[in-house]
Write a protein that binds this ligand. Structure first.
Ligand code: G4P
Length: 281
């Protein structure tokens, strides 16, 4: 499978990011917990150097808890602050507030030494499309937060959301471009639904997923669909189509329907909590 991301978009997104990043103290980077590396663009490490860094492992509700822990340790080891999150839920917000202050403690201390009191930490949310940036901003900022744009001392045209007395958030997230150099990255992004399905071959995608599930989560396909594992992915898909009565007119098996069902059940979490990439590798 081949995936494409247009260079024009990429240049524009990068330029915007370079401008916005000058205004902030902290980069809040969202990744998809099911594919923590494929959903990152490592260029942000260069763009965001000198800034405090927080990685939110979003959609953690859909990923394996064991792998969530392993990935959190992996990122911490690389010097990031990390929080696992379901952005649709306000439950993690308190932790994030605490971690933000921890991540920015040097800046807060520096301000204090210079006699600057109560200057809030300024942060921006970044991430590739579909990782949950807008969901997070909505949940985190909530309705109650007033926007504080276009006042004296506030950069013209930029809207800031005052979250609490300590934190201000740029209201528009920074869009990072996925990095497609490795086709495996494209596959991971396609599986989690971050590439438009119209341009994908769902049958082929489902076979790739079946392959990964057999290797990494043995027993799961047998349990969910009553199939015999250890066969070629195409044979498994055929069994799934049969067991789930995916048929076309004339009682012929409908592989396309079975393929879409498997992909849908994976994406929605009905297949279980599944991580597709592993930090050990
Ligand atoms: P973006 O701004 O980064 O492009 O992402 P956005 O917030 O639009 O979120 C993309 C999709 O991911 C949305 O689903 C959203 O509900 C879902 N989502 C965001 N965070 C989480 C999370 O932590 N866990 C889970 N399970 N899902 C999350 P959608 O199907 O596009 O929209 P909708 O059906 O929710 O309206």
């Amino acid at each position: 499978m081949h995936f494409q991301w247009y260079p024009g978009h990429m240049t524009k997104a990068k330029r915007q990011m370079q401008e916005d990043i000058k205004l902030i103290d902290l980069v809040i980077e969202l990744v998809d917990a099911r594919i923590p590396l494929s959903s990152r663009n490592p260029d942000i490490d260069d763009l965001g150097k000198q800034k405090a860094r927080l990685i939110l492992m979003n959609k953690a509700d859909l990923a394996s808890e064991e792998q969530n822990k392993a990935w959190a340790a992996y990122f911490k080891e690389k010097g990031f602050f990390v929080v696992k999150l379901d952005a649709r839920n306000r439950a993690g917000i308190k932790t994030i507030n605490e971690v933000i202050l921890d991540a920015c403690k040097e800046k807060i201390e520096r301000d204090r030494r210079r006699g600057i009191k109560n200057r809030p930490v300024r942060a921006m949310v970044v991430g590739i499309p579909n990782v949950g940036k807008s969901t997070f901003i909505n949940t985190y900022a909530g309705k109650a937060c007033a926007k504080t744009g276009n006042k004296p001392g506030v950069t013209k045209g930029k809207q800031w959301i005052r979250l609490n007395k300590n934190v201000e958030l740029l209201d528009t997230p920074g869009i990072l471009w996925p990095k497609f150099e490795d086709q495996k990255v494209g596959l991971c992004l396609a599986l989690v639904g971050s590439i438009k399905d119209e341009i994908l071959n769902i049958d082929e995608l489902s076979l790739e997923l079946i392959n990964i599930l057999q290797a990494r989560y043995p027993g799961l396909l047998a349990q969910r669909y009553g199939v015999t594992e250890g066969q070629k992915p195409a044979e498994i898909l055929k069994e799934i189509a049969g067991n789930r009565k995916c048929v076309k007119k004339g009682n012929e098996l409908d592989y396309g329907k079975a393929a879409s069902m498997v992909i849908d059940e994976f994406r929605s979490g009905r297949l279980g909590k599944i991580t597709l990439e592993f930090p050990q590798e």
